[in-house]
Design a protein around this ligand. Structure first.
Ligand code: MEV
Length: 300
């Protein structure tokens, strides 16, 4: 990194309710985590390093990360080969926690700090980068990564900060399986095409997201826990859970969680559990399954 380095940050995210349904125009509720990705951009020769993700790339390499950074820089009017990017990643990659959007927001902000580009250009650059990873993303990951806090997202209205009565602590458990969001989104689209009744599960997931907003606004954690459990059932019905995610969800409930569900696209990745007063027990159970978990405070 040279002395002219500029910095940007993007939040990692957890989707509380409404993943997959949001692709079909339903609302989803999500929260930015305090952890995310910090990018440092300096004058350089096109090196992209993210030690936490074991990434050591060079502009010109045939990789999705380079393709995304190329598009993003192009959109901001900068040549990616004239920059070095150093990424400090605090969220695991391809784990359902919005790592690609957090990276895109962090890099776009670091680059914009050099060019003076405004927030609108930053968001357009992030959308261009996200399309490399997720083909037709709903935009929720980019919205949370850039805004943080707790919010409601739908394709028409975008991101709206949501009132929340009190911060909630969530346990986040990692299955250790990585996956590609776009594959899961395509699998759900195929299912809906073959089996139209699947659209009712999508609609029910949207209804749970609406109910979840009410539970967050009134501080009704019992209801939110039930909504997590029902959403996990519906997501399983859509075929995006895995035996490993189901095991993490069952373990969280057995440890006293009010509710638990997969978060993000599924097919691997992460689960979240709402376990006031029992969070340490949940993490311990997950450890006994060989899985790492951590706590995140949402809505602070
Ligand atoms: C991925 O974080 C959330 C999905 O709903 C896909 C999307 O909204 O683009 C599965």
């Amino acid at each position: 990194m040279t002395e002219d380095a500029t910095t940007g940050f993007g939040h990692g995210k957890v989707i509380l309710l409404g993943e997959h349904a949001v692709v079909y125009g339903q609302p989803a509720v999500a929260a930015g985590m305090q952890v995310g990705v910090r990018a440092h951009a300096s004058t350089g020769t096109g090196c992209v390093r993210a030690p936490a993700w074991q990434l050591d790339l060079q502009v010109g390499d045939d990789s999705p990360v380079i393709a995304a950074i190329d598009r993003l820089c192009q959109r901001l009017g900068v040549a990616s080969r004239d920059l070095d990017l150093w990424l400090e990643a605090e969220v695991p990659a391809r784990a359902g926690l919005g790592s690609s959007a957090a990276m895109a927001v962090a890099v776009a902000r670091a680059v914009a700090a050099r060019t003076g580009a405004g927030e609108e250009d930053v968001l357009a650059a992030v959308a261009a980068a996200e399309a490399v990873f997720h083909k037709t993303p709903s935009g929720i990951d980019a919205a949370v990564a850039s805004r943080g806090g707790v919010g409601r997202f739908d394709r028409e209205a975008g991101w709206q900060a949501t009132p929340i009565r009190q911060p909630i602590e969530l346990c986040v458990g990692l299955s250790g399986q990585t996956r590609q969001t776009s594959d899961l989104v395509s699998a759900v689209a195929d299912l809906c095409e073959r089996t139209p009744v699947a659209r009712r599960l999508i609609d029910a997931l949207g209804d749970l997201a609406r109910a979840g907003m009410e539970a967050l606004a009134s501080g009704d954690r019992e209801s939110l826990g039930h909504q997590f459990n029902m959403a996990h059932g519906l997501l399983s019905g859509l075929g995006v859970s895995t035996p490993e995610l189901d095991a993490l969800v069952r373990a969280a409930r057995a440890a006293g969680a009010l509710g638990a569900k997969l978060t993000g696209a599924g097919g691997g990745g992460a689960v979240i559990a709402l376990a006031p007063d029992r969070a340490e027990d949940v993490l311990k159970r997950w450890r006994s399954l060989g899985c790492y978990g951590f706590l995140t405070l949402v809505g602070k």
